[in-house]
Design a protein around this ligand. Structure first.
Ligand code: UFG
Length: 337
């Protein structure tokens, strides 16, 4: 069945890849993005792009009044955990309050299904790993809290307004498809920064903290390929036709330390990568590793690229093809106009 989907944040890293997969699956997509961090060139051509901000309630209402959306996929948000410990107000405004704008507009216009970009940051420092969905939620950074508040709103909207929703708690999204990759400005994520060091775009990579209670003292994360993440969204959307409340972790169940990531990147790129030991970054939990058994069991999700080598390899491939990220294509377009 063809669905008409609104994708907020569809010009961003994860949103644009999911948009491409939705289109491949035969759905119609409208992307709503303020382009503050996203890239116009990342939006697939067959999608309609509406440039707008979730703070603009009128614009949002007009859009929902004019198009009969079957469901919303909501990616638009600030994502940098470190930044959230400097300016939490920006996260509560953009991630929490603006999501309420979206939920209210959906309510007013009878859109009853939502797939929400949630995060492993909800768990804070986990009591056990791998983390399961009903483990304690206790964020160590304001970013995680801003998303936890949304999950709580969703639960009330479900109870009171019969909103159907899937909350997908991503662990560390990484890697690239052939067409789309990670290009944040400024970049703060480990893998793209490590690859910048490998490519000679930057001197070195800083390791934020080497005294964590882990085997090598650096933080451990669970990296998941962007394609596998996107596939889970399509499954969740389909499942919402039958089911009403889905909460799933999305990771591979394997933890890699910052040092291990750098080592794998050295192998993949065959380049030297200089390391600088630096202070801890505020708000970083020591270990985040997912159990994704629930989505495997319930929706039959099977990750296609679970190995870190493949994940980093895909990111390196995309970077070599697009050394300036999306900027090069944009300049080209500008000179054609
Ligand atoms: N790190 C470094 N040096 C860097 C950048 C990062 O040592 O230059 C470390 C971080 O301290 C952390 C690890 O590498 O320990 C991964 O950091 P990222 O910034 O790549 O990712 P985070 O784990 O902080 O956050 C990401 C997403 C969040 C999401 C979280 C869930 O950005 O949106 O994963 O695990 F919530």
């Amino acid at each position: 069945m063809q669905l008409n989907i609104l994708v907020t944040g569809g010009a961003g890293y994860i949103g644009s890849v999911v948009t491409a997969e939705l289109l491949k699956a035969g759905h119609r997509v409208t992307v709503f993005d303020n382009l503050s961090h996203g890239h116009e060139n990342a939006v697939p051509e067959q999608a309609r792009l509406v440039v707008g901000d979730l703070a603009q309630r009128e614009k949002l209402n007009e859009l929902l009044a004019a198009s009969r959306f079957d469901a919303v996929m909501h990616f638009a948000a600030f994502i940098e955990a470190g930044e959230s410990m400097v300016a939490p107000e920006r996260f509560f405004r953009n991630n929490t309050a603006n999501t309420l704008n979206l939920l209210q507009a959906m309510l007013e216009h009878g859109v009853k299904k939502l797939v929400f970009s949630s995060t492993a940051a909800l768990y804070g420092d986990p009591k056990r790993v791998p983390i399961e969905e009903d483990d304690a939620l206790d964020p160590t950074n304001a970013y995680g809290e801003s998303k936890l508040l949304v999950e709580r709103m969703l639960s009330w909207f479900h109870r009171i307004h019969v909103l159907r929703y899937a909350s997908l708690r991503y662990f560390n999204a990484a890697g690239a498809t052939l067409e789309r990759g990670e290009a944040h400005h400024p970049e703060t994520h480990l893998i793209p920064l490590v690859l910048q060091a490998a490519a000679g775009d930057r001197e070195s990579i800083s390791i934020f903290g080497n005294d964590y209670p882990t085997d090598d003292g650096t933080c451990v994360r669970d990296y998941i390929h962007i394609f596998d993440l996107a596939a889970a969204h399509i499954l969740a959307l389909e499942a919402l036709q039958e089911r009403d409340r889905l909460i799933y972790n999305l990771g591979n169940g394997n933890g890699y330390s910052v040092r291990e990531v750098i080592e794998v990147a050295r192998t993949v790129t065959q380049r030297p990568i200089k390391v600088v030991e630096a202070a801890r970054r505020a708000g970083d939990p020591a270990v985040l590793v997912a159990s994704s058994e629930k989505i495997k069991r319930e929706l039959g999700w099977i990750p296609r690229y679970p190995r870190l080598k493949e994940i980093i390899g895909s990111a390196w491939h995309w970077k070599q093809k697009n050394p300036q990220g999306y900027a090069a294509a944009k300049n080209l377009q500008a000179s054609n106009d």
